[in-house]
Design a protein around this ligand. Structure first.
Ligand SMILES: Cc1cc2nc3c(=O)[nH]c(=O)nc-3n(C[C@H](O)[C@H](O)[C@H](O)COP(=O)(O)OP(=O)(O)OC[C@H]3O[C@@H](n4cnc5c(N)ncnc54)[C@H](O)[C@@H]3O)c2cc1C
Length: 457
């Protein structure tokens, strides 16, 4: 592992050379062992220390802090998570969905508050988020969604419909027929957040053992490539890399998402595009698109998804990967004004997808082992909330957070190969076909869209 991670993501590249990886001698025993130094593992360590400052906590990381999705994502710190919509849709689960949604809304402010309190310069800007209607029929769909959210108890300070003129004023994207504005979202620089958090956690006294892959987790100990460590509690926070742990091969499907970044764009371009408040933005396509304006005035745009047979992982994704190239071409489709500007970066990272497509914080009180994750592509804020839930559970507290519906909501295992690969490819194909059919016909895709929704919602 080198001290520059320029090929991992633009976010790392912009930081230049990083401090050396730290792999101190292994302790014999710790109170809490955490596997994985992404947001989930680090937030868990942070809040555990806040609750019980005397706990001896160790984090074991296969590569270096932030190497996973936490150092590569699109930088939406969004107060929402997969699975909430499903809870809101059913009268029997609506109140639990509202409780989870409200906890996630507050989480965005919690992340901002801690960045400020702990001097983490993560370029945090809470400008909200735009879900843009890029096909006329989506206008009615999004408006109906706003009504549904109002009925569930959310107000204009949470979600708001922006008619076309107002939406274009905020974001001049082609096309833009109006947008659903969601207030609880901030743009961040992901690598700054995860590295800043790692520093804070180290200052609290937690030891981060980098370059120390864990091969097995058992009740009361973790086994690493450098030996075993006994632990009073073990938390797995390995997301898209979970199959690296013995016995966890089918727990989480690793799914790639691809991202690009332009060169810094001049003020006259931004005067036309908008995003004055660094709003994040996306649209209604199923093969997701997400964008943000960075603090140094680049446009970062992500999207696509990909699964490799038998959960094969790639440490880095090169800028000429066909899926990255497709995201690059989307930049000028949505923003023709950018055709003369360079796209300087392209990369990819692994999201973690559980079989039921919603996050979980799992805790076995008897064995004192647990895990958190399964955020699909929405874990930047959710991992903070999960970290707080982990801290409450491990220290034996019963709180409003430990009553949230994602606690112990564990999914069944994914199918063995080749069924898993066939299923993943089918979902990708249904999503692609539905998006293409809708853009071509201008009407909702009942067949492909229906098939896609049946698998992932
Ligand atoms: C390209 C991309 C774009 C995204 N965009 C957004 C976004 O804009 N907004 C949003 O909310 N979410 C987004 N996500 C999702 C979000 O980044 C993740 O949900 C979040 O970072 C998960 O954090 P984590 O700590 O659980 O996992 P990770 O950050 O993946 O961390 C897991 C860590 O565990 C380590 N590890 C794994 N196995 C072992 C082992 N056996 N031993 C030791 N260490 C191990 C890994 O090296 C890694 O560092 C995106 C994801 C990707 C890939």
């Amino acid at each position: 592992m080198t001290n520059a991670l320029s090929d991992v993501s633009f976010w790392f590249d912009s930081l230049g050379t990083l401090p050396p990886v730290t792999a101190p001698p292994l302790p014999e025993h710790v109170d809490v062992a955490i596997v994985g130094a992404g947001y989930t593992g680090l937030w868990s360590a942070y809040y555990l220390h806040k609750l019980e400052p005397n706990l001896r906590i160790a984090v074991f990381e296969a590569e270096r802090a932030g190497f996973g999705a936490s150092g590569r994502n699109g930088g939406w710190c969004m107060g929402m998570a997969w699975g909430v919509e499903g809870l809101l849709a059913r009268p029997t689960t609506r109140s639990r969905g509202v409780a989870l949604a409200r906890a996630l809304f507050d989480t965005v402010d919690e992340v901002g508050r801690i960045c400020q309190a702990e001097n983490i310069d993560a370029h945090f800007a809470k400008g909200g988020s735009l879900n843009v209607a890029t096909i006329p029929f989506q206008v009615e769909r999004l408006k109906r969604h706003v009504d549904h959210l109002e009925q569930a108890g959310f107000g204009e300070s949470d979600y708001r419909w922006l008619p076309e003129a107002e939406s274009r004023e905020r974001l001049s994207m082609t096309p833009n027929y109006g947008a659903l504005f969601f207030r609880h979202c901030a743009a961040i620089q992901p690598a700054r957040l995860v590295l800043g958090l790692a520093d804070v956690v180290r200052h609290q006294g937690t030891v981060i053992h980098e370059a120390t892959p864990v091969t097995a987790i058992e009740s009361g100990r973790v086994v690493t490539n450098r030996g075993a460590v006994r632990a009073g509690a073990v938390i797995r926070a390995t997301e898209g890399y979970t199959d690296s742990i013995a016995g966890q091969r089918r727990r989480i499907m690793p799914l790639y998402s691809m991202v690009t970044a332009t060169e810094p764009l001049p003020p006259e371009v931004w005067a036309q595009i908008g995003l004055k408040e660094r709003e994040t933005f996306g649209d209604g396509r199923r093969v997701v698109m997400y964008g943000q304006r960075t603090l140094d005035d680049r446009l970062v745009l992500g999207g696509r998804a990909g699964y490799y047979f038998a959960s094969k992982r790639r440490a880095t994704i090169p800028p000429n990967d066909p899926k990255v190239v497709r995201v690059k071409s989307l930049v000028t489709t949505l923003f023709p004004i950018l055709k003369d500007y360079r796209i300087t970066h392209g990369w990819g990272g692994l999201m973690g997808v559980p079989r039921h497509w919603r996050p979980c914080v799992q805790w076995d009180r008897e064995r004192r082992t647990g895990w958190a994750g399964g955020y699909v592509g929405e874990g930047v804020a959710a991992s903070n909330l999960a970290g707080r839930v982990v801290a409450d559970l491990v220290t034996g507290r019963t709180t409003a957070l430990t009553e949230l519906p994602w606690v112990n909501d564990e999914a069944r295992l994914w199918e063995p190969e080749p069924l898993r690969w066939i299923g993943a490819k089918a979902i990708e194909g249904f999503g692609d076909r539905a998006d293409r059919a809708e853009f071509t016909s201008g009407t909702p895709s009942k067949v492909w869209g229906g098939l896609f929704d049946a698998f992932v919602r």
